[in-house]
Design a protein around this ligand. Structure first.
Ligand code: GZL
Length: 319
């Protein structure tokens, strides 16, 4: 009788109660991602990379678009905390103002991963890791290209600058890196600098104002992203000047639109800033859930594409 009872007991208990669940049967990891917005080609490619990588990794992705407003990103992070997601990731639209909501995530024992942009906080326990580019080095690459380009020119070399979103890590660091390099020669002068908020429309509008104020004095445009450079190219053409010739144009990202402008001779160089952060993010999320340690900083490796190589490189571009 005893043996039968045990057997019955065995038969009654679900199999899963007796064996570790196979991977396909385990509950999927839930990742809450608070995206900046959809302001540029770069951002669109970044969103696509995150969504497709989550699907490939079998991760349940909750996604929000903050339309470039910090208060919307904070709201989204709070909703992920309330939903008790496993991990929160986001690309902070600006560097400051995150401590309060990240303390709430910490108190809820939800790990946070920064992607693309960094935050400025005294407490680096508020996030597990930051996956993204070295924006200061991107600015240095832009500066080095210009110094080389203008080697024989006694100057002055008058530069106008379209900055990214005010207070954002890429805008702050790309400016810093560029100025660090060009300050080596006083012939380089930034005569106008204003934000175009990383969008084509604003880039065109601000370049129109630069052209009205400075006109043919402008020798170089340094744009913190390709979208603003493409908007500025329209403004330069409408002013009857030749972009890429009358005004040398340097930008950052390396999106398809930049390659098309370079192949048309209207953009001189684009410094690569890869938006394809999805695969690295999903691998880090899985490591965090598996209790593995991850490095505090994961830097994406990037290149620089002058117009002379654009046609050859274009077929290889993934964004
Ligand atoms: C850079 C990213 C910037 C891009 C812009 O990593 O944050 O934001 O350079 C985008 O195109 O809008």
């Amino acid at each position: 009788m005893k043996r039968r009872t045990v057997l019955v007991a065995m038969a009654a208990a679900p199999l899963s109660a007796m064996l570790p669940l196979p991977a396909f049967a385990q509950k999927p990891i839930v990742l809450g991602f608070a995206q900046v917005g959809a302001e540029s080609e770069w951002r669109t490619a970044n969103t696509e990379s995150i969504k497709s990588s989550a699907k490939d990794a079998g991760i349940d992705l909750k996604f929000s678009d903050a339309q470039q407003k910090q208060e919307n990103q904070i709201k989204a992070i709070r909703s992920y905390i309330a939903q008790k997601v496993d991990v929160i990731a986001f690309s902070p639209v600006v560097e400051t103002g995150w401590d309060t909501v990240l303390v709430e995530a910490k108190n809820a024992k939800i790990p946070v991963v920064l992607t693309d942009r960094a935050i400025s906080s005294k407490d680096d326990t508020l996030y597990v890791t930051f996956i993204g580019s070295d924006f200061t080095e991107e600015g240095r690459k832009a500066g080095r290209w210009l110094v080389e380009k203008e080697k024989g020119n006694p100057g002055p070399v008058n530069i106008v600058e379209l900055q990214g979103t005010v207070g954002s890590a890429p805008a702050i660091d790309r400016k810093k890196g560029f100025e660090e390099i060009i300050k080596s020669d006083p012939k380089f002068k930034i005569i106008r600098s204003q934000t175009g908020d990383f969008t084509r429309a604003k880039g065109k509008e601000v370049m129109e104002a630069f052209l009205k104020a400075e006109g043919k004095k402008i020798n170089v445009l340094y744009a913190h992203n390709d979208d603003m450079a493409i908007g500025a190219i329209q403004a330069i053409e409408e002013a009857g000047m030749k972009p890429g010739k009358d005004i040398i144009i340097i930008s950052v990202d390396g999106v398809k639109g930049a390659f098309e402008a370079m192949m048309a001779g209207k953009l001189n160089v684009s410094v690569e800033c890869s938006p394809l952060l999805g695969p690295q993010l999903m691998s880090v999320v899985k490591d965090i859930k598996a209790g593995k340690s991850v490095p505090k900083r994961i830097v994406t490796q990037e290149s620089i594409f002058p117009m002379e190589v654009a046609a050859k490189e274009f077929p290889n571009r993934k964004y």
